[in-house]
Design a protein around this ligand. Structure first.
Ligand code: DGY
Length: 324
């Protein structure tokens, strides 16, 4: 029998995918679902052929550059790969893959939930009922903001933004405006009758809902701060399903307290899993714990995508989702 490749899975994965990994490779699972320490990851680099982390495992230069390493491929469970030091992976000739496409719709669904949830005061209403504070229907009770027909401003026009544009335009008759210097697909623009704007500021000043869909990079970190928020309409809402550090959370809290904007719907945070202590005190926010891709169907599909990537690699083929 030929020797099986050794695989280290850093967190608990959907059962179906774990079973597939176990039958194909010499797989070490994380049954306790405990985050692995840097020291454990360094050790992992030395004794496994592939490391399968998730978006919450920081795969630093120290881990990647470990001497006497055996790992040749890092198959990230997630489309975002800002948890991995990509330059270090390049320098160390380690292949990195991610999981695009399979989570597009579910993440866009969560963006819709945040938009509707914050505009229609979903959290507040739910707590009101649960705490038995509701005294009955009345004309001025818990009035929110109408979503249908409003303007959605997208920062970034990748797959998830396009899926949100589709749902918003065709489902909620929303006008779509966006900023994305790298996007150049007239067909898509035509399909959503969208308007491509030349600057972020134009999107911020015209949108009723601003939804973030750019990756976390040196350029986008802290992109949403007190100054950029001041460009938004006072009646507007901020939606974030991308990465928490694109928003300066301190500034957002201040802006929400000062009612510079109406509210925010957030699925991602600057220092996950900790959430700014003042953010959770605010009423004009709708907060979820990074649930964008959290459906059984999507998480299984993400796992299968990682499986396909590493299987291709070990069969000397090009992994479909190779990042470097
Ligand atoms: C990703 O894949 O990057 C997501 O944030 C996980 O839901």
């Amino acid at each position: 029998m030929t020797e099986k490749f050794k695989i280290l899975v850093t967190r608990k994965w959907p059962k179906k995918v774990e079973e597939k990994l176990l039958t194909t490779f010499d797989t070490t699972l994380n049954v306790e679902d405990r985050p692995l320490s840097e020291a454990e990851l360094v050790e992992g680099m030395k004794s496994y052929d592939a490391l399968l982390p998730t978006v919450t495992d920081p795969i630093t230069d120290k881990i990647i550059s470990t001497s006497n390493k055996k790992v040749k491929i890092i198959g990230n469970f997630g489309v975002g790969f800002n948890n991995i030091d990509i330059d270090s992976a390049k320098r160390n000739s380690i292949v990195v893959t991610n999981t695009p496409e399979v989570l597009t719709d579910c993440t866009a669904d969560i963006a819709m939930l945040l938009m509707l949830g914050v505009a229609r005061r979903g959290s507040e209403g739910e707590f009101h009922v649960r705490k038995k504070e509701w005294t009955g229907w009345r004309p001025t009770h818990m009035m929110g903001t109408k979503v249908t027909g409003k303007t959605l401003g997208l920062i970034g026009m990748g797959r998830i933004a396009q899926a949100m544009a589709h749902k918003s335009h065709f489902g909620f008759n929303m006008k779509i405006i966006f900023f994305d210097p790298y996007f150049d697909n007239d067909e898509v623009v035509k399909k959503f009758q969208a308007t491509k704007l030349n600057s972020i500021d134009e999107v911020l000043s015209q949108a009723d809902f601003v939804s973030l869909h750019c990756p976390s990079t040196k350029e986008t970190k802290g992109l949403i701060n007190k100054e950029t928020i001041s460009k938004m309409k006072k009646s507007a809402y901020l939606i974030n399903t991308a990465r928490g550090d694109i928003v300066n959370e301190n500034d957002l809290v201040e802006a929400l307290k000062e009612e510079m904007i109406m509210g925010a719907g957030l699925d991602v945070y600057e220092k996950e899993p900790s959430v700014h202590k003042n953010l959770v005190q605010l009423k004009n926010v709708f907060l979820l714990p990074h649930l964008g891709s959290a459906t059984i169907e999507t998480r299984e599909a993400m796992g299968m995508r990682v499986f396909e990537n590493i299987q291709a690699f070990f069969n000397n083929k090009e992994p479909i989702d190779r990042v470097v």
